[in-house]
Design a protein around this ligand. Sequence first.
Ligand code: SF4
Ligand code: SF4
Ligand code: SF4
Length: 378
Amino acid sequence: MKLHLTLSSCVRATSKFSKCTKCVDACPEFIQILDNLPTFANNTGVEAAACVGACPTESFSLSGFSTTEFFFTFLESKIRLISPKLNVPCLSVLSVEHLVSLALVSEETITLDMSAYDSESILYEQIDARIEEANFILFSFSDKQLETNMQKIEHKTEEGVSKQDEEEVSSRRSFLGSASLKGVVKHKLTFDEAIEAEELKAFQLDRATIAKIREKNIPDKRKILFTALKRAGVPEVFEVLPEEEVSFISQKFVDDSCTNCQICYRICPTGALSTDGKFSLIHFDAMLCVKCRLCHDVCEPDAIQMQPGFEIKELFEPTQRVLAKFDIKRCNECGNNFTYKGGEQTCPRCLIEEEEAIFLHQNALKMKALLEDKKEDT
Ligand code: SF4
Ligand code: SF4
Ligand code: SF4
């Protein structure tokens, strides 16, 4: 089993300003950041599986194992044990979203076999933290919980973990296709100009990779979670969880320092941030947010902020919120639209040009006066 990175999905390939280190934090021994991109040795395999479950955009995978396929295969089987000795290369390939979804959709309690891990290791800590987070989230709206087992377990057969025929596999794909969060995505724009050409050149990416980066993609694990939540039933009371306790989704607000530079909503990899045809507002769909923090990393004035609490209601009744509204006017000088902040109806570019023209004109006058003085002296 070999580790694979789909570079076009990594937020670091999208922007040199991205500070995402989730894969490195998960597998510090095997993943490094070099030239702003995650790198690893060619022969890296299952020992770096934790980055598969940690990456918000599903950029990492293991050859021969798909977490999406596993989700469906597991649910169709009779076994309610997830173990590296039985059905996964390592428990760490599963994200918090996978764990929550599995617990929600399964009739019986699922047990995670931790007996293969050294309780002092970083890997154990990683897996344990994800299970704890999943149970914390589940506890806020359901009676489902995941269990762990530290004792050695006798694994008899893989009964029920059978290979699926092609028909079933294709039905799973269409299931995921139908769960494409269509109701949530209202203003999902392509972002052709989202990434500065110069920035992409710095990474020396090929044309096909650049084209892929420009596509907005909702990871399969989010589609799975969305579908699992639909089946869970709406709770009577909605809780608000501390932002720092939820690693995979967030809610945001935008403060007055926003300049409508357009970067965050153009660059957001999933389309959670979007705008209208006139760039006159910032929309936000929390259900599409994977908490990659790219929007925060690229925002120069730090105008986009994480809401301190995550409202569980958002998982069951997703809304599209307006984070900012802008007054778009036509520039009196160049005729282009711009974000009007009061004062003269002139766009910032024309204002700069105007200032530069005044500066050059004054300089020319000074030079002329100097030359005339010199002439008089001689
Ligand atoms: S997006 Fe994924 S692959 Fe890229 S830096 Fe973040 S965790 Fe690593
Ligand atoms: S929130 Fe920040 S990145 Fe987004 S438009 Fe405003 S200033 Fe630009
Ligand atoms: S809204 Fe921000 S944190 Fe959420 S997916 Fe988009 S860029 Fe990432």
